[in-house]
Every structure is written in structure tokens, then in C-alpha cells.
Design a protein around this ligand. Sequence first.
Ligand code: NAD
Length: 256
Amino acid sequence: MRLEGKVAIITGGASGIGHATVQKFISEGAKVVVADIDLERAEKVVAEVEADGHPGQAVAAQVDVSVYDQVEAVVRRAVEAFGKLDVIFNNAGIAGGKPLLDHDPAVDYQPMIRVDQDGVYYGILAAGRQFRDQGTGGVIISTSSIYGEQAAELAFTYSAAKAAVISFTRSAAYELAEYGIRAVAITPGRVGTPIINQFSEELRTTFASEQLRNKLTEPHEIADVVAFLASDEANVINGTVVHVDDGYSVFKKRLD
Ligand code: NAD
């Protein structure tokens, strides 16, 4: 129960990594706002939490993280429902991409930047203001990607947005330390969520082979790390990137 008494917002909480993190946070005693653009699925996650024997420990909220007012409203919702905010997990995101020279900026650049980059900035800003006003400090965890630290095929926009998440994390940790606020970014590798599961069996096998255990990461394995990072046990992890990629970023596969 290392998150006992903590209140958290988890964006993208209706699916994949976010969903697994809601379950983990609840099991560790946190109260959680399951914030997602898909309200119906967020409500299903809350119903699941209730059915698992945790009534009143989670609420659903609809948010489009690319709109600041909506992110601020979710912060208000957390305070209304549970009296305060301790943790925000800026995790909502979209993936995909085209070759750069085929881009239509209005389709292939701006919408993804709004969600994957602006959405994290808004989460940091809205939660940071709440933490400052409460005078309690707080923790900001944001989901970057292995692609935030490298160039990759069909990922021009995604890589830029995920690199910004790492930069935001460093700057937020630096600027907000005086309020007792900590910021950490995580870089997942290949995680078995709808983002990856939409691809062919063959491609998923290739993705798995890029990690040292030769398997896709399970969403709950990422959630375990996020719960640790949100806890007081991780107080010295600040302004940095935690690689949750099963070795993806540190080795190059041998050629057969
Ligand atoms: P997912 O598609 O299962 O979950 C993403 C969630 O975000 C969905 O519930 C979706 O409804 C929500 N969402 C999308 N746009 C939104 C918006 N504008 N406002 C609010 N919610 C919105 O995907 P996932 O794999 O769990 O991805 C979670 C995060 O992890 C993303 O930021 C993704 O880029 C990152 N990531 C995933 C992988 C992977 O291999 N799956 C690897 C690296 C990074």
C-alpha cells in the first residue's frame, strides 16, 4: 500500500499502460481519476475497480488533453472528488506516422503534437499550479518513448513530441523543485497494448526481438515502475528519464 492516501490523475487511463496503472495504483491504496477522451471506456475501468472491491476509489473523467481548459477541469475534478492532488501521470498519447515528404502538416504533424506534446505540457502546468497552491508538493510522471531519444522509421512527429516530453520533464523538475514537485519521464519500448497489437503477428515478433527478453512488455510491468516512481520511495529520482524498455535502448541486435 505504498500509495495509501495519495490522489492521482492518470490520463489515457481507459486503455493499455494507463489502464494497467489505474489497477496498480488502486491496489497500492491510491484514489484515482481515470481521465480519457473515451468516457465510456473510462467508466468501464471505474466499474471494474468497484467490482474488484474498491468502491469510491476511482472516478471517470472525460478529457481531451490537447485542450488546456479540459486538463484544468480534470485537476478540479480530482480535488472535488478526493480533496487534493498528489500525482499526475501524463500518459495519454497517439502513435503512427508517414514518410516525412508525404506529410500534410495539418494531418501528420499538428494533431499529434497537440496530443503527445501539448497534452503533457498542459498536464504539467495544471497539476503544477494545483501542487503549488496546495503547498504539498507533488509528482509528475510523463510517458515519453524510446522514440523520444532516437530517430525511427515513420516517426518524425512522434519522436519530436516524445523528445519534448523528456525536455519538459527536466525543465519542470528544475523550475518546480522549490514547491516540492518532482518530475520523471518514462520511455517504454515495445508494450503489448492496442498501439502495438494493431500490427501483424510478424511485425509484433520483430518488435519483441528488439528487447532483451525477446517478448513484448506487459502493460502491468510498466505500471509497477510508475507506482514506484509515484511513491515516496523514489524521492531522489527527479528530472530524469527512466528507461522501461527491456534493454531496447542499450543494445544492437547481432546480425544473423
Ligand atoms: P493505448 O492506445 O492503449 O492507450 C492510449 C489512451 O489514450 C487511450 O485510452 C486513448 O483513448 C487515450 N487518448 C488518446 N488521445 C487522447 C486525448 N487527446 N485525450 C485524452 N486521452 C486520449 O496506448 P498505450 O500503448 O497504452 O499508450 C500509452 C502511452 O504510452 C502513449 O503516450 C504512447 O505513446 C506511449 N508508448 C507506448 C508504447 C507501446 O509500445 N505501447 C511504447 C512507447 C510509448
